[in-house]
Design a protein around this ligand. Sequence first.
Ligand SMILES: C[S@@+](CC[C@H](N)C(=O)[O-])C[C@H]1O[C@@H](n2cnc3c(N)ncnc32)[C@H](O)[C@@H]1O
Length: 346
Amino acid sequence: MLFSGSFETCYRANLWSRLASRILWKIGDFAYADENDMYEAAKQLDWPSYFSVERTIRVNVTAQKSPLKSLEFATLRIKDAVCDRFREATGRRPDVERVSPDVRVHAFLEHDRGVLYLDTSGEPLFKRGWRAGEAEAPLRENLAAGIVMLSGWRPEEPLLDPMCGGGTLLVEAAAMARGRAPGAKRSFGFEKLRAFDRDLWERVRREKKEGAGTPALYGSDNDPRAIEAARRNLAAAGVERWVRLERSDILERAAPAAEGVMVANPPYGERMGSAEELARFYPRLGDALKKRFAGWRCYFFTADLRLPRLIRLEPSARTPLWNGALECRLYAFNIVSGSHRRRGGP
Ligand SMILES: C[S@@+](CC[C@H](N)C(=O)[O-])C[C@H]1O[C@@H](n2cnc3c(N)ncnc32)[C@H](O)[C@@H]1O
C-alpha cells in the first residue's frame, strides 16, 4: 500500500498498524540496464543527509523480472554507492551489520526501473516485543490481527480460541479491544535517522485511544506447554486479566457463552499432525461444533483445503490468505443447531 504524509504520520503508522510488516520511506527511483546504472543512481542520493556515518547499515534487494544475473552483486553495488558517497562527503564510511543494523536500505528492482527506500520500521512490525513463551508454529502477529479483523469480531462479543497455542490470536484481540498500540513495547528504525524528532515521537507515543472496553476472551489448548506459553505471552503483553485460559480438548470443551466468535488455527502439515490424523479429527470437530457451539460464528485458518469437506459443514465464507509462501484459507462457519449440514459433493 502506498501513502504519503509527514513524519508524524510515519511514527503513527509504525506505532499503530496491526497489519503492516514494514513502513518504507521512498527516497529515490531510477531507470537502469545494468549494475553500473544502479550504482550511479544510488550514489546520486545524499545519504549523509539521511543518517550519520556512525550508523551501521544493511542493504536488501528484491527483484521482479530484473535482467540482473546476481542479486548479491546488485546488493553489493548499492552498498558500495552508499559507502562511497559517505567517504566522499566525510572521509569515512558506515559499517555493514547483517543481523541488527541501525539503518536498512531496501531496493526493489523491476524490469528496467528500481526504487530505493529507507526502512522506518527496523525490525518487522509483527515483532511487537511481547513474545515470551515458546510455542509450536505460532502465527505471525500481523496475520493473527488480520484474522481477528476478518472475523468481524466486536470487542463486546465473547471470543474463544480453543486451539490457542502460544495465544497470538488472543493477545492481538485483547490489544485491539483495549486500544493498545501494537508497537508500544518496541523501538523503530526511524529513531536512527537524522530526521528523528524525539519530542514529536514522545507526543505521538503518549496519545491514548479512547473507550477501552472490557473484553471477555477465552483460550484453551490440549497441550499444557501451549497453555504455559500463552500465559507468559499474555502477561508480557499486559493483557492477561482479560483472558481466561484452561487446558481442554476442543472436542470436549463447552462453549463459554451462548453466542460468540471462535477463531482458531488448527494444526496442519508435517510438524503438527499427519494428513490421516487430521482427516480423522475434522469430522469430530464438526460434530463438536454442532453439539456445543450453536449460536457461534467459527473461523478456522488453515493451509489444509480439505477442512470444509471433512468437517461436514458448509462454510459461509472462504477467504484466501498467505502465510509466508503458503496459500491458506480462513473458513467461516455459522453454527446453527441441526442445520448447515453439507449435502455431499467436494
Ligand atoms: C498451529 S497451533 C496454534 C498456534 C497459535 N495460533 C499461535 O499463534 O501460537 C495448533 C494448536 O492446536 C492444539 N491442538 C491440537 N489438537 C487439539 C485439540 N484436540 N484440542 C485442543 N487443542 C488442540 C495444539 O496443541 C497446538 O497448540
